[in-house]
Design a protein around this ligand. Structure first.
Ligand SMILES: [Zn+2]
Length: 439
């Protein structure tokens, strides 16, 4: 469990978000509340699927919807509303935003930049709309390969970002990877060899509706913008994939107002359906889903603390990536099974992709390591360094995909069943989920 302390950075970050969400907004009307850690444990609040923010001085901080606050009251858990504490701390955070979203991509800015890459690198880069969101925004993928317009059936690797709207940095890392590959194709024999013998697919913004909402309305928004039946908004699309979906209310929530609401069924959301259709149409042998924050490389399973079949290989690849990241400038990323290193999840992307054929699948929670150093609100100047930290790991995983056909590491048959409910066991739980970044 990660212990976190306040800092000016965190305070200004919250100032930013609450100044943006001051109006009694649609579904962005959460409050930061704190409860005593002992109450949190005694009332088994870890089972409520809450959006846990951090733990400090014996109190657990939660971003709670009105419904969740009512639930706390019903459970007779005393909570303190902490939102005002952050509003009174000054206004210095606002200038740091650098315009609305500064150097970070909006959905339109991303489309523009992807089209420029496509124009400048004909034959190597192709922009495809792989789906359309509820608000009719295209979900774009950048395919990079030699003879890019042909389907050569080459080994494929997938890099995606921005399942979670507020994790802006997660857009930039996969986007910059694509840009790097294209701009270094002629210069680097290593890059050329990768591009010539694989298909590299990059989806920088899986959740464009959520990202736009985070930019323009509520900086802390996490989910997509599904209008739920009870009047709340949003499905956590990283709880909406079809493996072990809805297994329990610990790794996701069945309550629509929750920030980890899993949706009405597996792949009920256009964003996850788009990823499903892409992933099953190509020979994907490895993938990374970028999130923030924590500096963690998380491998399957998320739904259970029992080890995944093939976990030795998963761990070896994660260890190699962590070593490569540390080799750049010494940034330490932890690695391990997601359910053990962070907390339980069900219906997340890596469990689903891994369940299909055992392709090494990772959630990478990029920098910073904790809320002290900015949490979800990375400084623009960190974009380049975070990308550079992760670049060797992405190159390594792409090479790994080329060299390791899936057939060589097939999962035991039961695990390949796509109906997760029929085969998974209830995880044994030691206690409430650890507060921390909600991947
Ligand atoms: Zn996330």
């Amino acid at each position: 469990m990660r212990s976190m302390r306040w800092s000016v950075i965190a305070l200004t970050a919250f100032l930013m978000l609450f100044s943006l969400s001051a109006r009694p907004a649609v579904a962005g009307d959460g409050q930061i509340v704190s409860v005593a850690k002992r109450d949190f444990t005694a009332a088994r609040l870890g089972r409520m699927g809450l959006d846990l923010l951090m733990e400090e001085n014996g109190r657990v901080y939660i971003v709670a919807s009105p419904g969740e606050m009512a639930a706390l009251a019903r459970l007779r858990v005393a909570y303190a509303i902490e939102t005002g504490r952050f509003l009174r701390t000054g206004t210095q955070g606002l200038a740091a935003a650098g315009g609305i979203n500064g150097a970070y991509h909006s959905t339109l800015e991303l489309e523009t930049d992807l089209r420029i890459l496509e124009r400048d690198h004909p034959g190597l880069a192709s922009v495809r709309a792989i789906g359309e969101t509820l608000e009719k925004r295209p979900i774009y993928a950048l395919k990079i390969s030699d003879h890019v317009l042909e389907d050569e059936g080459e080994p494929a690797a997938l890099f995606v970002g921005c399942h979670h709207a507020r994790e802006w940095i997660s857009v930039e890392v996969p986007f910059l990877f694509g840009k790097y590959l294209l701009e270094n194709y002629e210069l680097s024999p290593e890059v050329r060899a990768l591009v010539d013998s694989s298909e590299i697919w990059i989806v920088p913004i899986v959740n464009p509706d959520g990202l736009e909402y985070s930019i323009h309305v509520y900086r802390y928004w996490r989910k997509n913008r599904r209008a739920n039946a009870d009047g709340t908004y949003g499905v956590d699309i990283n709880r909406n994939y079809g493996y072990a979906w809805g297994l329990d209310d610990i790794g996701s929530s069945g309550s629509p107002g929750s920030d980890v609401y899993r949706g009405t069924g597996p792949f009920s959301e256009p964003e996850t359906a788009a990823i499903r259709d892409l992933f099953t149409a190509h020979d994907f042998r490895a993938m990374i889903s970028f999130h923030s924050f924590a500096q963690d490389i998380l491998s399957p399973w998320g739904f259970t603390t029992e080890p995944a079949p093939g976990d030795a290989e998963l761990n070896a690849v994660a260890a190699a990536m962590a070593g490569l990241i540390a080799g750049v400038r010494g940034t330490a990323y932890s690695y391990g099974q997601g359910s053990r290193l962070l907390y339980l999840t069900n219906g997340d992307m890596v469990d689903w992709t891994y369940s299909l054929g055992g392709a090494p699948s990772y959630t990478i929670e990029v920098s910073p390591v904790d809320v002290d150093r900015g949490g979800f609100f990375n400084d623009e100047s960190a974009i380049a360094t975070i990308f550079e930290d992760n670049l060797p790991a992405m190159l390594y995983l792409t090479r790994y995909a080329i060299d390791h056909p899936l057939a060589a590491r097939r999962l035991p048959p039961a695990r390949r069943d796509r109906d997760g409910r029929s085969l998974v066991r209830k995880p044994k739980l030691a206690g409430p989920a650890a507060p921390g970044p909600a991947r």
